[in-house]
Design a protein around this ligand. Sequence first.
Ligand code: C5P
Length: 224
Amino acid sequence: VKKIIITIDGYSSCGKSTLARQLAAQLNYLYIDSGAMYRAITLYFIQHRVEWNDHVQVKTALDSIHLEFVHNQISGYSDMFLNDENVEQLIREMLVAEKVSEVAAIRAVREFAVAQQQKMGAQKGIVMDGRDIGTVVFPHAELKIFMTADPAIRVERRFKELYAKNPNITLHEVKENLELRDYIDANREVSPLRRAEDAIILDNSQLNMQEQLDLVMQWVEDAI
Ligand code: C5P
């Protein structure tokens, strides 16, 4: 069977990772969450007080960052490891979410992450989600999806996810963070978030998960 590369890009909290995981399970493909890499780099910068407007500090920091995805037997998913430490929980926290878009806008940071992402896709049979996967990381991917969803629905979804872990979080805080990240991601100079010309738009505001998966599996069959 021919193996392909599937890219999923879009704004924050459109359900990209949920779809990517389902596709990877269905097709027996590797799933890579590129956002986890930017989150882990951001965590390192925060922990080590890296001044990210300083090119030299950024370069030195990147030289001491080793990222790895490690399969978790219990969840069945991959956990992000930063220098051999499991940071999967930490990178999902608001502290990181508040800064990640600033860090992800830095050219050297993107070059560092993109080079590793491209290596992971060398064997094909991969689903990767993010913001620039169809435009920059895999411009020749066989299937590109650009996801959107009603902003209110996205805020609600992310709020539920974060509230389950931290009941102190407010809807307002989550809304502000999503809006700010989307704005920075779409307006940065280096590989801004945008739809690749050949990406299929998937608006899942009105779709349940099964409907969405059935629809996309049809696109996969067409692309193979
Ligand atoms: O996907 P997730 O919301 O975890 O991504 C966190 C942040 O990482 C995004 O808001 C964006 O700033 C950055 N990112 C990116 N390029 C990617 C994936 C994520 O700039 N391919």
